[in-house]
Design a protein around this ligand. Sequence first.
Ligand SMILES: [Zn+2]
Length: 210
Amino acid sequence: MQRIKLIIPVIMLSLLFTGLLFTQSEKAMASANLSWGSQGTEVVTIQKALNNHGYWCGETDGIFGPQTYTAVVKFQKTKGLNVDGIVGPNTKTALGLNANSNATPSRSGSSVNRGKTLTMIATAYDPCYQCNYPYYGAPSYIGLPLGRGIIAVDPRVIPMGTRLYVEGYGEGVAADQGNAIKGNRIDLCFATHQQALSYGMKTVKVTILD
Ligand SMILES: [Zn+2]
């Protein structure tokens, strides 16, 4: 499968890589930004601010769902912010919220919970030229070498760096992204092209390990 990665600044890449090495800081980063699926008191704060600014996102229930996402996107478009539906430091500042208010983020800010099982559509790839054009030779999104155990996910569904158990595949880490890997899609890296071809496409249960 052809994958098109987002180009991110080197500084962000090194931050993410550092985060993978130090699980604590990775978890802090994963919950620092609020996105679709996030829950908790920080989401309530965001929802109140959106409603106060006239971007109705429904009841302030602390669940970042479709209404909140739509309100965030509208707000970002109006304010000339990067329109990604993710409430990061810039969007928080524009909402009049202190971007540093979550210096001690809770796990509830993360979009997935340990032990949770998701049903996902899995496809397969490998480090070869054909599967990675035009990024052949490049490491995964967070800088890990491609190989078995590397899994491409939608970071809005599963944060980068999350360890996963995939039915029929085994353990891996959410370490890559792809333009077709959105929502309940997952792309499993295998050692060889033949193995990836043999895998094809399957519906699998994915368990969040941490
Ligand atoms: Zn291949």
